[in-house]
Design a protein. Structure first.
Length: 210
């Protein structure tokens, strides 16, 4: 078994690409490997309003980007190179993610954490869902070990939100600055938009390290 710690933010397109590439590499290159993937929250926009932030405005105010398609081009191309059809024009709002991360953390006890994290991220990017809406989250969670009322209660629980924020603070204190951030067992740590080959090489190095 190889433990993989994965630090992500749901509204980060590179995290979508990274999760997709990790799953693809594990399925295609390490089919016999039992990977135990643990998700840790990173909050890039912790104060985003529940109505969301309009991404073109956010790109302009924070990064001086006046043409969103220029910012979208690299992650879209990376996604397509790995067989994922990503069009970032389909989701133009960045929503707060504390509720979604709370559900993902709760899913660890049910053995569905990674699948739920991927499902929520794909719902956001590929289906343009508002993943700050607790009913949207509950609908997704039904297929991952929760009933609707239970998932909704977790997503609404401010205590759970605070736990997510504390965990995100611990991630930052541990040096996680760029997402996705991968830690492979006792082996290497990598972050950002890594290729499938780089992910595979890191897995091999971790297996050698034992």
């Amino acid at each position: 078994m190889l433990k993989i710690d994965l630090y992500t933010e749901i509204t980060c397109p590179w995290c979508l690409v990274g999760q997709h590439r990790l799953d693809k590499v594990l399925a295609e290159r390490f089919p016999e490997l039992n990977a135990d993937i643990h998700h840790h929250p990173v909050l890039l926009l912790p104060d985003a309003p529940s109505s969301g932030l309009f991404i073109p405005d956010l790109l302009r105010s924070r990064y001086g980007v006046t043409d969103p398609s220029a910012a979208f081009a690299r992650p879209e191309a990376a996604a397509r190179a790995s067989g994922l059809n990503l069009d970032l024009r389909g989701q133009l709002y960045a929503y707060p993610t504390q509720a979604a991360h709370a559900l993902i953390q709760a899913a660890a006890e049910r053995g569905t954490q990674h699948r739920l994290a991927v499902a929520i991220t794909e719902a956001y990017f590929l289906n343009a869902k508002n993943i700050a809406d607790v009913d949207v989250l509950a609908d997704i969670a039904i297929g991952h070990g929760f009933d609707h009322a239970e998932a909704r209660a977790i997503a609404l629980d401010m205590t759970q939100h605070k736990r997510v924020e504390m965990e995100a603070a611990r991630s930052a204190a541990a040096g996680v600055r760029s997402v996705p951030h991968f830690v492979f067992g006792n082996g290497p740590e990598i972050n950002g938009g890594r290729t499938e080959d780089e992910i595979a090489s890191s897995i091999k190095a971790a297996l050698r390290a034992g």
